[in-house]
Design a protein. Structure first.
Length: 155
């Protein structure tokens, strides 16, 4: 186990901020997260990135966080559509089933992310989705910490 305990909400935020072309690393000794461009060797400030990458590669204190491809946001959207189809408390069961069905339909084919987010906006449930997604990321962070023997706290 690591010496420090990382806040799951901090790790969840880092998971949410994962984006194409970058890798993030957790320093198990300090709890800090360092983001490095995937093409750091070709960046303008190569010396700085070389120093950071060397430090990361040569030390066992750094653990790579999952990147955007390892965190399957499509699955999160599917699970939310399923939840919305039965778990929205402020609409009738019939309306909830309709919303869930429309969200699943939005996820079909090209442009699924855009259509899904448009459907969230149309039904006024974007806040619910983002809260659901954050909880999902917190649970993912917990599992990741357990898998990597990193101590954590809920808050």
């Amino acid at each position: 186990m690591s010496v420090i305990k990382i806040k799951l909400s901090v790790l969840a935020d880092a998971f949410e901020e994962a984006f194409d072309g970058w890798e993030q690393y957790l320093n198990k000794d300090t709890g800090t997260i360092t983001a490095v461009p995937g093409d750091a060797w070709t960046c303008d400030d190569t010396d700085t990135w070389e120093e950071i990458l060397s430090m990361i590669e040569e030390s066992e204190q750094f653990v790579r966080l999952p990147n955007q491809y390892e965190i399957n946001e499509y699955r999160i959207m599917e699970e939310f559509a399923d939840f919305a189809g039965s778990g929205l408390k402020y609409v009738s069961d019939e309306q909830a089933r309709e919303i869930g069905q429309k969200l699943f339909e939005a996820l079909q084919g090209r442009g699924a992310f855009r259509r899904f987010k448009s459907a969230l906006s149309y039904y006024g449930i974007a806040d619910e989705y983002f809260a659901y997604r954050h909880i999902y990321y917190v649970e993912l962070a917990k599992e990741w910490c357990q898998d990597h023997e990193i101590g954590f706290v809920r808050e």
